[in-house]
Design a protein around this ligand. Structure first.
Ligand code: HEC
Ligand code: HEC
Length: 393
């Protein structure tokens, strides 16, 4: 009797104890400490020998579109710190995922899944973007809807995103402070081992900007001569060269063309501003930056990062080309370049203009897009996971 009363007295405590054992069983144990394997001396990033078409002082060239801010010039030590952070699963709530889980090197730092999975298995709202040549988006705004004003502000967003990595504000600084391998990396990059959000943001942004792809077949052709020249074409197959011509040429009544370069411009095939390409009709779907306009990443490495578009709706490049060819949906916000000018001029209804590509022309465009694949970039050890094997939760 006295005994059972004692039990009753301690019952709430026992229940609590039981519950905490249960909770503990469900929470993964803290990540076993894995230390990044870094070469000594460290990898070089800042002395990358870029080909001339990347460095020409041409005001319309790629160099002019570099969004590196004055306050965050890249250093080898800064990029190295960024690389470790990018691949470190400690930076997610339960130690299961890193930036690289959704931005995979073999896929041009994009994700082969239509939607990515966050730390607790929930799906992201949009398809993960490729980070290849993110540095050359001149407007320097990030995400499909450009909601991040700079790369430095973008890179912190996934850490505290409730679906992506699930940390609370301040957690990232605590996690980095706890891991012993960061102190020397921080000292090399910023002079002292102090961990601040600003330093994490700068290092991650430096790593993302280091992801420059410039060793594709396209670049070999470009080194031989200006786009479309005989020397340039000689480095491509006849099919690829025909596709390139279609990509560059604006379609007019007297001229075959697909007009892709009107939007996917420069030698890294990057947009200058968000556009509405008629994926959904009026008032449907995701508004993007507003009225169905979206940013697109550089088309470099596009062949290895299906599916395509902000919602990953297309499974192949052929489907993408077929969209532009004849599936563009009318809406008042449809980009001017995709509208039939004859109807626009007469004030008539907005009618998308079909490209009327032939089957071989579609094949040619797809073949050209494959010349943007850069195997050296996709396997470059300088960008790879330094936790080898990856940290085990
Ligand atoms: C769970 C998957 C996931 C993780 C983890 C993740 N991302 Fe992303 N990332 C995405 C998705 C999805 C988008 C597009 C979201 C949108 O536009 O609304 C995106 C977009 C981006 C962009 C914008 C690219 C551009 O051109 O505008 C950058 C940069 C980026 N992520 C970097 C990072 C970094 C750095 C980390 C780690 C700190 C990270 N991501 C972690 C899924 C992920
Ligand atoms: C009016 C401007 C415009 C034109 C012209 C245009 N594009 Fe695009 N492209 C975009 C925009 C904007 C997106 C992103 C749309 C989205 O996800 O909502 C995009 C996305 C893409 C993607 C998917 C990228 C990814 O990371 O998912 C590919 C591939 C592509 N375009 C190829 C082409 C080809 C090939 C042509 C020529 C036939 C072309 N584009 C013509 C603006 C354009």
């Amino acid at each position: 009797m006295r005994y059972s009363r004692r039990v009753r007295k301690f019952l709430p405590l026992l229940v609590l104890l039981g519950l905490s054992v249960l909770v503990a069983a469900q929470t993964p144990a803290p990540a076993r400490l894995q230390v990044p394997q870094l070469p000594a001396p460290g990898y070089r990033y800042t002395d990358e020998r870029l080909p001339q078409h990347f460095t020409d002082p041409d005001p319309l060239g790629i160099g002019a579109t570099d969004n590196t801010p004055f306050e965050n010039p890249p250093t080898d030590a800064g990029v190295t710190l960024g690389r470790v952070l990018f691949h470190d699963t400690r930076l997610s709530a339960n130690g299961t995922i890193s930036c690289a889980s959704c931005h995979q090197q073999a896929h041009g730092f994009g994700d082969p899944r239509r939607l990515s999975e966050g730390f607790n298995g929930r799906a992201t709202r949009r398809h993960a973007m490729s980070l290849t040549n993110a540095r050359y988006y001149e407007r320097g705004r990030f995400f499909w809807d450009e909601r991040a004003e700079s790369l430095e502000s973008q890179v912190l967003a996934p850490l505290t995103d409730p679906i992506e990595m699930g940390l609370s504000p301040g957690d990232a600084v605590a996690r980095v402070s706890e891991a012993p391998y960061y102190a020397p990396l921080l000292t090399d990059a910023f002079g002292t081992p102090e961990v601040t959000e600003l330093r994490l943001a700068r290092a991650l942004a430096q790593f993302v900007r280091a992801l420059v792809s410039h060793r594709a077949q396209y670049d070999e052709a470009r080194a031989a001569g200006p786009p479309g020249s005989a020397a340039f074409d000689a480095r491509l197959s006849p099919l690829e060269a025909a596709g390139h011509r279609l990509f560059l040429t604006t379609p007019t009544p007297g001229q075959r063309g697909a007009g892709c370069a009107r939007c996917h411009a420069t030698d890294v095939q990057v947009l200058r501003s968000p556009r509405n390409i008629g994926l959904d009709g009026e008032n449907q779907g995701d508004p993007g930056t507003g009225e169905g306009r979206f940013k697109a990443p550089s088309l470099r490495n596009v062949a290895v990062r299906k599916p395509y578009m902000h919602d990953g709706r297309f499974d192949s490049l052929r489907e993408v080309v077929e969209h532009y060819d004849r599936r563009v949906t009318a809406s008042p916000f449809l980009d001017m370049t995709l509208i039939d000018r004859r109807t626009a001029v007469t004030g008539g209804p907005i009618v998308p203009v079909p490209l009327e590509l032939t089957d071989p022309e579609i094949d040619a465009l797809v073949a050209f897009l494959h010349t943007l694949t850069d195997e050296k970039f996709l396997t470059d050890p300088r960008f790879s996971n330094p936790f080898n094997p990856a940290p085990i939760p």
